[in-house]
Design a protein around this ligand. Sequence first.
Ligand SMILES: *Cc1c(COP(=O)(O)O)cnc(C)c1O
Length: 367
Amino acid sequence: MNVPFSYLRRQFAHVDEYLSDLRELVTTGALTLGGAVTEFEKAFAALHESPHAIGVGSGTDALVVALRVLGVRPGDEVITCTNTFVATVSAILHAGGQPVLVDSENGYVLDVDQVEAAITPRTRAIVAVHYTGNLADMPRLRQLADRHGLKLVEDACQATLGMIDSRYVGSWGDATAFSLHPLKNLNVWGDGGLILTHSDELADRIRRYCNHGLADRDTCVEFGINSRLDAVQAVVGSRLMKDLPAKSARQVANAARYDEAFGALAEWIDVPVRRPGVRHVFHLYIIRVQRRDALLAHLREHGIGAKVHYPLPVHLQPAAAPLGYGVGRFPMAEAHGRVAITLPVHPYLTDDEIGYTIDQVRRFYGA
Ligand SMILES: *Cc1c(COP(=O)(O)O)cnc(C)c1O
């Protein structure tokens, strides 16, 4: 049996409807901004019960722009977690900030006690990463940010439709970044991203900044950048968004099946404790296991697209050397690199494929 990590071939096995949407778009001539983008933004905002969504060029741009518009200036410290995709940290640098890293807790998201300990008079903002689709402790982080007068950005690039106590991602951050990369929860046919915000003023500023800082066609009020969501991608995204809640529910159900099966293999497998009240959306299904590399090889030999996210945490990447964090500084993230394994969990898997994957893990441990 073959259990692929990527679902793109299954998702786009039939594309006629997408192509006819695109044919219609081309006849309108509105290929940058325009109706298709506005419609997509409105639907995405409504899906997350937020007043404003602004389409941008990528998830990375969403983070850079959010931080800049929230006032990060050279020398400002921005706290985030080393257990994330590299773009969270590069975005802080490109916004002009100085990344200050902390370790993660058992559920792979940033440890709020360590965030608190890392605050200095130079701290300007916190970027809370909802890594793997698990949510950081946002109510506590919001309180902490308010107490210290800090801006709070949610990196929700892996957490579309995530919730805490029935409130969606984006409910706590001053601004929240999403990615529409082909392998993210809501995807398009290339790159794209979105920013959610509850502030009317911030929404206007973000929109303007991402469109060259133009207040109108002929008036540039600040030198911005060009980072707009392509109308082509908005059209694809609008069609995919229609069954996103159902797909997301299916993905959560797949993860629950894994959790139950692996809970019985606690001698070899550590399934993180799932925090009550959190709707973890499982962009990645990651467990910590014994004999990780051998398990990975076994699963691959048996056609299962298992992976490691990520073998080397951000603070140990060559690019991070100037940040000055050495080996041993963040033990959770470093252990994660050695013992974590990611299993396919996407909504296009069949029940048989999930069952087969569980079986192969059991067999490997002789259980
Ligand atoms: C994917 C991702 C990004 C960057 O998004 P792009 O659309 O690829 O630029 C940032 N942060 C996290 C946590 C991500 O997973």
